[in-house]
Design a protein around this ligand. Structure first.
Ligand SMILES: Cc1cc2nc3c(=O)[nH]c(=O)nc-3n(C[C@H](O)[C@H](O)[C@H](O)COP(=O)(O)O)c2cc1C
Length: 194
């Protein structure tokens, strides 16, 4: 996006990326809730292509890109900030999410995650410390800008999710919305045009 195009954009665009492929995922529910209750000034989109990404292979990182990778990079390029919510599997982040991040590494292509403001909502009632340590490590390698103040723990259990697939618990809902507000403020400070 050019500076002129950005100047006419009034909302800060956030791409929400769940690390779970499960239909009844709590992490996806958290991000769906973030999208539905996004504060004013935020245009949030839920990424839905995780399941369709090919395995990362540097040989395939060339034009024409696999369509799912081109779509992902276009979404990341258009986003002013990214928000993750991920489960822990066997002491680390899910392999599918690591695969997604591998496609976003590098500062020589559009859709790179380098210098992109990022945050996460840790929804695990068990802490999922290892998953988030590994997420932090990979985002660091990728030179993403981790907005620490917007990285929060909001434990969510299945019983806190309503029939509409949204987090019904009022306290959790407020904290999810607050996270986006914090990320919005930080992103605006770093990217005045968003
Ligand atoms: C194969 C497998 C391994 C798991 N390993 C861990 C783990 O190491 N640490 C942990 O806290 N939870 C672990 N869990 C629990 C998941 O992180 C938890 O069910 C989470 O809520 C799943 O996220 P979702 O509801 O968004 O799909 C594991 C679950 C599965 C199925």
């Amino acid at each position: 996006m050019t500076a002129v195009e950005k100047a006419v954009v009034t909302s800060c665009r956030m791409l929400l990326i769940s690390g779970s492929l499960r239909t009844s995922s709590t992490n996806t529910a958290v991000l769906r809730t973030a999208q539905a209750s996004a504060p004013e000034g935020v245009d949030a989109a839920l990424y839905e292509g995780l399941d369709g990404l090919p395995h990362f292979n540097p040989d395939d990182d060339a034009e024409p890109l696999p369509p799912a990778v081109a779509d992902l990079r276009a979404l990341v390029d258009a986003a002013d900030a990214l928000v993750f919510s991920i489960p822990e599997y066997a002491g680390a982040m899910p392999g599918s999410l690591k695969n997604l991040l591998d496609w976003l590494i590098g500062d020589d292509h559009r859709g790179s995650i380098a210098e992109k403001p990022v945050a996460w909502i840790n929804a695990s009632p068990r802490g999922a410390i290892n998953a988030h340590d590994s997420l932090r490590k990979v985002l660091g390698y990728a030179s993403a800008t981790i907005v620490e103040s917007a990285c929060v723990e909001v434990p969510v259990t299945a019983s806190m999710i309503g029939a509409d697939g949204l987090v019904a618990d009022v306290t959790a809902l407020e904290r999810i919305t607050d996270t986006l507000s914090t990320l919005l403020a930080a992103t605006k400070a770093a990217t005045p045009l968003c």
